[in-house]
Design a protein around this ligand. Sequence first.
Ligand code: VGL
Ligand code: ZN
Length: 210
Amino acid sequence: MKAALLLIDLQNDFCPGGALAVTEGDHTIAIANQAIDACLARHEPVIASQDWHPAEHRSFAANSHAQIGTLGELEGLPQRWWPVHCVQGTPGAAFHPQLKQQRLAAVFRKGENPDIDSYSAFFDNGHRTQTALDGWLKSQGITQLAVMGLATDYCVKFSVLDALQLGYSTQVIVEGCRGVNLQPEDSQQALREMQQAGAHLVTLSQFMHR
Ligand code: VGL
Ligand code: ZN
C-alpha cells in the first residue's frame, strides 16, 4: 500500500494576520514540517493544495453584496460568504514562509472558477469539476493518504470526505489541523463526521511511528 501526505491550504491568509485567519493556524506549520521529514525518510511523496481565487471570486462577501460569515446561495449551492482571501499571486495566497515547501512533489490549486467555491482538494463544492489530484495519486499508485492543514471545518473536512469516497484509506493528523469555528464546536463536529465516514484520526506521534 503506497501512501502520501496531503497538506491542505497552509497559506498566509489562514494564519494569524491573514485575511481569513484561523486561531493558531500557524501552529500547524511545525507539525507539517515534522510530518514532511517522516514522509521523506520513508520515500513517500508530500503534496499540497492551495486555495487560489481570482479577485472577482463570488464567494467573497464584497463581490456578492453579502455579509461576511453569513450563509447564502451561489449557483444553486449553499455558500458561506468569506472575506477576500487567497487572491492569486498575493502574499496572502502564498504558503506560510516556514513551511518546507521545496519538499512538495506537487501542488494542486483550487477555487479558480469565480462562480463556484472549492473546499475540497479534489472537487468543487458541486462536484462539477475536479482538480488533477485524483489522477496524480492514481498515476503514482497511491492508495493511502494522511491529511492535515487548514481549515478543519472546511477544506480539510471536504478533502477527507472526498478522499474516502474515492476509495483512499485516509488518516487525519489531528494536531496538524485548526478550524475556522464560526460556531465553537464546528471543528470537533467536522472531526466526528470524518471519523464516521471512515477516516482514522491519528496523533503526529502515531503518524511518525507508523
Ligand atoms: C477555506 C474557506 C474559504 C479553507 C478556503 O481552506 O478551509 N475556507 N476558502
Ligand atoms: Zn477560499
